[in-house]
Design a protein around this ligand. Structure first.
Ligand code: SF4
Ligand code: SF4
Length: 355
C-alpha cells in the first residue's frame, strides 16, 4: 500500500486506490477495510509495472485476498469458531446437510413410512413430513443464530475500520453503497472486465455473480412471502405454479443453478497468482451449497406431487439448514463486509467533498 500510495497509477480502477490515498499510514483496521473494498478483479496486477518479476513484487489482488480472508476469521463471533474459516470446506457443509436430512428422513421413517414415501398434494402436503411449527422453530433458530453472529462480526469490523458503532449512517452514503453493491461496480476492472489466466478481461464473473446474488435474494423473498401467506392469509404450502412464492422461488432457483456453476467454472480459470490459494475450499464450499440449494429446491418443485417428495424435502431442508449455520463462518460473509466497506467508502467520499 505504501508503494501504491507513491505510485498512484491505478487510482481510476476501483475504490481501493482512492480510499488508500486518503491515508498516510495503514492500521490493521485500514488494511481490513481496503481488503474488503477490493472486488478481486485482478486489473491492478495486470497493469502494475512493479508486479513480479519486478523486485518490488507488488501483488495487490493477492495481498488483499489474504488480508480479506484473515479479516473474516478475525471478526468471527464467537471467537472460538474463528478457526472454522481455515477448515471450512465442502466436507463440513455436506456432512451438516446430510446429517440434518438424515435426521428428518429418519424421524419421518420411524414415525410412519407411508408419510415419507406417500404421495401428498394440496395445502399442508409438506407438513405431513414435518409439522410446520417444528420446521419454523428449527429454521428460524438457525437463521437467528446466523444473523446474531453476523451482526456481532460486522459490529467489530465497523468499529475497527474507524466508525463509531452508534453513528447513524447518512442515507446518501447508504444509497450509494446499495447502488455500488447491487451493480458490483468495482468488479469491472476499471471498465474492461475481470482478468483471468489468459489476461483477456471479461464480464463473466460479474454476470454469474449477479445471477447467484439475485437468485439467492429471490429465494429468500419467496420464503418471506410464503411465511406471510401462512401467518397472515392462513394459506399453507405448497402453492400453485403461478403463485408468488413459487414464481419467486423458481426464478431464484434457476439463478442459483446457473450462477454458482458459472462461478465455479470461472474460478477454475483464474490465474493462481491473483488469489489466496490456501482458502480456496471456503469459496468452493459456499458456491456448492448455493448450487445444491437451487438444485434441491427445483427438484422438489418438479416432483412435489410424487412419492419422491418426502426424501427431496428432507434433502432440501438439510441443505438449507447447513447453509444457514455455516453462513457466519464461510464465504457468505464477504458480501456483508464488502457492503459495509462500501458504506464506509461512500461516507469518506462525502466527508472529503464537504471538507
Ligand atoms: S498496483 Fe502497481 S501500478 Fe498500481 S498503484 Fe500499486 S504500485 Fe502502482
Ligand atoms: S483487484 Fe481490482 S478491485 Fe482489487 S484493488 Fe485491484 S483493481 Fe481494485
Amino acid at each position: 500500500m505504501t508503494v501504491c500510495n507513491s505510485c498512484r497509477y491505478c487510482e481510476g480502477l476501483c475504490a481501493v486506490f482512492p480510499a488508500m490515498e486518503m491515508r498516510r499510514s495503514f492500521s490493521d483496521g485500514d488494511l481490513n477495510y481496503l481488503a474488503n473494498l477490493c472486488h478481486s478483479c485482478g486489473a491492478c496486477y495486470t497493469d502494475c509495472q512493479f508486479s513480479p518479476p519486478h523486485e518490488f513484487n507488488v501483488n495487490v489482488p493477492q495481498t488483499l485476498a489474504i488480508a480479506r480472508n484473515e479479516s473474516y476469521a478475525a471478526y468471527a463471533w464467537p471467537r472460538v469458531f474463528s478457526g472454522a474459516f481455515a477448515r471450512n470446506g465442502l466436507v463440513i457443509s455436506l456432512v451438516a446437510a446430510l446429517s440434518v436430512a438424515a435426521f428428518i428422513f429418519g424421524f419421518a421413517a420411524f414415525n410412519d413410512r407411508q408419510v415419507l414415501y406417500g404421495v401428498h398434494s394440496g395445502p399442508g402436503a409438506f407438513y405431513q413430513l414435518m409439522p410446520h411449527n417444528a420446521m419454523a422453530v428449527l429454521f428460524s433458530t438457525a437463521l437467528l443464530y446466523a444473523i446474531a453472529a453476523l451482526v456481532m462480526g460486522v459490529r467489530a469490523f465497523w468499529r475497527d475500520i474507524g466508525e463509531p458503532v452508534g453513528m447513524k449512517t447518512d442515507a446518501k452514503s447508504l444509497l450509494q453503497a446499495f447502488r455500488d453493491a447491487g451493480e458490483l461496480r468495482y468488479l469491472d476492472g476499471g471498465g474492461v472486465g475481470c482478468f483471468n489466466e489468459d489476461d483477456r478481461p471479461t464480464d463473466r464473473r460479474k454476470i454469474y455473480h449477479h445471477l447467484t446474488f439475485y437468485g439467492f435474494g429471490l429465494c429468500f423473498a419467496a420464503t418471506c412471502v410464503a411465511t406471510l401467506y401462512h401467518y397472515l392469509l392462513a394459506r399453507e404450502a405448497p402453492y400453485a405454479w403461478w403463485d408468488l412464492p413459487v414464481v419467486l422461488g423458481t426464478l431464484g432457483g434457476i439463478g442459483l443453478l446457473i450462477g454458482p456453476l458459472g462461478l465455479l467454472a470461472e474460478k477454475s480459470k483464474r490465474d493462481p497468482v491473483l488469489v489466496d490459494a490456501t482458502r480456496k475450499g471456503m469459496d468452493t464450499a459456499f458456491i456448492v451449497m448455493l448450487f445444491l440449494t437451487g438444485l434441491t429446491g427445483i427438484a422438489l418443485l418438479l416432483w412435489r406431487e410424487t412419492s419422491a417428495m418426502g426424501p427431496l424435502l428432507a434433502l432440501h431442508l438439510g441443505v438449507v439448514f447447513a447453509l444457514f449455520i455455516t453462513m457466519p463462518y464461510g464465504k457468505f460473509v464477504h458480501g456483508i463486509y464488502r457492503f459495509v466497506a462500501l458504506v464506509r467508502y461512500a461516507r469518506e467520499r462525502q466527508m472529503t467533498r464537504h471538507g
